[in-house]
Design a protein around this ligand. Structure first.
Ligand SMILES: CC(C)(COP(=O)(O)OP(=O)(O)OC[C@H]1O[C@@H](n2cnc3c(N)ncnc32)[C@H](O)[C@@H]1OP(=O)(O)O)[C@@H](O)C(=O)NCCC(=O)NCCS
Length: 152
C-alpha cells in the first residue's frame, strides 16, 4: 500500500470523490510546538463590557475589522483570544511575553483562520525556529477554543 505523507494525504469520502484533508505542504511545516486554550464566553464578554479599553488592547485592527461586522462578536473575539494564549503555549512562554496585538487571527476567504505574528512574538518565534503557524478555532454559545501548531 502506498503511504503518503500526512500533508499530502487524500481521503476518499463516501461519495467516492477525492478530498484533500490536509493543506499544509510537506516542507516548512514540521511541527515543533503545540498550544491549546479555551475561553468561557460569558466571562470574557463581561470583561469586555467592564473594561471599555480591553478590546483595543487585546485585539489587532485586522481582527476588529472582522469582528466589528458581527451581530455578536464575543464568541469570535474569545476564540481569537484563545489563539493568542495557545501561541504562548506553543512557544513555551507565558503572559506578558508579548503584546496581545502581536498575534492576530486573519480570516481567509471561506472562513479558515491563519495567524499573523509580529513584534516581540515574531522575535520569540524566530528564536525558537518557528517558520509557519497552523491554527484552528471553534466556538459555541458558552465556550471558545483554539489550537495552534508552531512549525519549523
Ligand atoms: C468549516 C465549518 C465546517 C466550520 O463549522 P462550524 O462548526 O460552524 O465552526 P465552529 O463554530 O466550530 O468554528 C468557527 C470557526 O471555524 C473557523 N472556520 C470557518 N470556516 C473555516 C474553514 N473553511 N476552514 C477552517 N476553519 C474554518 C473560523 O475560525 C471560525 O471562527 P470565526 O467565525 O470566529 O472566524 C463551516 O464554517 C463550513 O462548512 N464552512 C464552509 C467552508 C467551505 O465550504 N469553504 C469553501 C472552501 S474556501
Amino acid at each position: 500500500m502506498e503511504v503518503r505523507p500526512a500533508a499530502l494525504r487524500v481521503d476518499v469520502n463516501p461519495t467516492g470523490a477525492d478530498q484533500v484533508t490536509q493543506r499544509a505542504p510537506v516542507s516548512g511545516f514540521a511541527p515543533i510546538g503545540v498550544g491549546i486554550d479555551m475561553v468561557d464566553i460569558e466571562r470574557f464578554g463581561a470583561l469586555l463590557k467592564r473594561r471599555g479599553s480591553a478590546k483595543r488592547r487585546l485585539f489587532a485592527p485586522e481582527e476588529l475589522a472582522y469582528t466589528d461586522t458581527l451581530a455578536n462578536p464575543v464568541p469570535s473575539l474569545a476564540a481569537r483570544f484563545a489563539a493568542k494564549e495557545a501561541v504562548m503555549k506553543a512557544l513555551g512562554v507565558g503572559l506578558g511575553s508579548f503584546d496581545w496585538g502581536d498575534v492576530a487571527v486573519w480570516r481567509n476567504p471561506g472562513g479558515a483562520p491563519s495567524l499573523i505574528v509580529r513584534g516581540r512574538a515574531a522575535e520569540l518565534a524566530d528564536g525558537a525556529g518557528v517558520a509557519n503557524w497552523l491554527v484552528s478555532l471553534t466556538h459555541t454559545d458558552s465556550i471558545a477554543a483554539a489550537t495552534v501548531v508552531a512549525c519549523a
